[in-house]
Ligand binder design. Structure first.
Ligand SMILES: [Zn+2]
Length: 431
């Protein structure tokens, strides 16, 4: 199959009249289109981009959207997250995941990391999320959370031995899936004990996967980790021996200069969620400083009830704008960097051969409508994709070579029916 758009983004260059050949879920070649061939998919008036990589989300939280939007973090956690997540059975969890995956695909995200923690002492719920991803058609990294803080709902919690065993089993079970991978994710320094964090690290080391953990999202966490463990969060993780190239620290808002440098020295990565940090009033992660220190950075939406949009294009924009206003500097973070963080950098950090249109890369692609007003005039098109593009300009999406959105509609599930089921499940939910 060849996709033949008007423009193809190769690196940061737009190629005209080129075709993208796809074989077995990967880009086989990007070549001048030449004469039409049988099986060509013509995409006149469209530009083809790499799909975006959502490096941090909690899919079931989409069902909680709108419930606690004006609460602070603890109010949100205790009045919305904990009580309403208790209402979800396995079918509800799968519905929330399908709902979030559908919205992400429509917004051009072709990979989603679901940091998932509603385990009910097993892997069946995680399998329901994995099944939903396959059905809706998104590439999934299931960051299997490991949680043992006794203040959290019972269904989140496991012992380190149970969590390590189950996470290892889930990784092994999906090791050969084309569109699913599983990676360990001890929840955070406050949600996981030192033994749990170490257990997650050992699973990641054994399986050769990245390792996800929330770090220093709120200001209170630094003081708390210092009181409980004698070091601030990043120093604490380093002392535990879990700060290295496989570490993906989520948020990392409240780091001091030495912690920023330490993350860079250890080769750790940041999953940055600018809209969520703004929504919850967390603060501003110092992204340009972290990049300069050598920290690799990817972008995430976080959950659908702490953002409340599910678009990595939106996070690219927010990432750049937030750094500009923090530093009072319009050059603080440019469009090409923001685009890279939301595509190729995210894929590399997650260990996926995606995020760019090049031979051998996964065929995770997005077509945007060059006729949409938000992409006019055509000067500076990549910057317009980051700063100006309306979500309505995303018309078609392919994941692993499968067309999952066509002309702005999901091809895999009935959107009306999906939204009706979401409405039925959440009817009467009020805080
Ligand atoms: Zn999170």
């Amino acid at each position: 199959m060849r996709l033949v758009p008007e423009l193809v983004l190769v690196g940061t260059d737009w190629r005209e009249r080129h075709a993208v050949a796809i074989t077995d879920g990967r880009v086989a070649a990007v070549l001048p289109a030449g004469a039409p061939l049988p099986g060509d998919v013509p995409l006149p008036g469209k530009a083809l981009l790499p799909g975006t990589v959502n490096a941090h989300a909690h899919t079931f939280q989409s069902l909680l959207r709108g419930l606690g939007d004006d609460l602070d973090f603890l109010g949100w956690r205790d009045r919305v997250l904990y009580p309403f997540s208790e209402r979800l059975d396995r079918a509800g969890i799968a519905l929330g995941a399908a709902f979030a995956f559908a919205e992400m695909l429509l917004h051009g995200a072709t990979t989603c990391v679901d940091f998932f923690y509603l385990h009910d002492s097993g892997n069946e719920n995680a399998e329901a999320v994995i099944e939903a991803a396959g059905r809706v058609g998104i590439r999934l990294v299931l960051a299997r959370a490991m949680y043992d803080w006794e203040g959290a709902p019972r269904r989140y919690r496991e012992t380190p031995a149970e969590a390590a065993k189950r996470t290892g089993e889930l990784i092994a079970r999906h090791r050969h899936d084309a569109t699913v991978s599983v990676q360990p994710a001890p929840h955070s320094p406050h949600g996981a004990s030192p033994a749990m964090i170490r257990a997650g690290w050992e699973v990641a080391e054994g399986a050769g996967t990245p390792f996800h953990i929330h770090v220093a999202e709120g200001r209170y966490e630094g003081e708390r980790t210092l009181n409980e463990h004698g070091a601030t969060p990043v120093r604490y993780l380093d002392r535990l021996g879990v700060l290295g190239p496989r570490t993906i620290g989520v948020h990392c808002v409240w780091l001091d200069d030495e912690e920023v440098a330490l993350m860079g020295t250890r080769g750790a990565a940041l999953a940055y969620c600018p809209s969520s940090n703004m929504f919850l009033g967390d603060g501003i992660t110092r992204v340009p400083e972290m990049l300069r220190a050598g920290v690799r950075v990817c972008l995430g939406t976080d959950g659908g009830c702490t953002n409340n949009r599910l678009s990595v294009f939106e996070e690219m924009r927010m990432c750049a704008l937030l750094q500009r206003v923090r530093l009072l500097d319009g050059t603080a973070l440019d469009a090409a960097t923001a685009f890279e963080l939301g595509t190729a950098s995210g894929a590399r950090i997650l260990g996926l051969e995606a995020g760019a249109i090049a031979p051998g890369r996964l065929a995770d692609l997005v077509a945007v409508d060059l006729g949409h007003a938000s992409l006019h005039p055509r000067s500076g098109l990549l910057a317009s994709v980051v700063f100006a593009m309306s979500p309505q300009a995303v018309t078609d999406v392919w994941v692993h070579g499968r067309r999952v959105v066509e002309a702005g509609r999901l091809t895999t599930v009935d959107q009306r029916e999906l939204l009706a089921r979401v409405g039925a499940l959440t009817a009467g939910w009020r805080v």
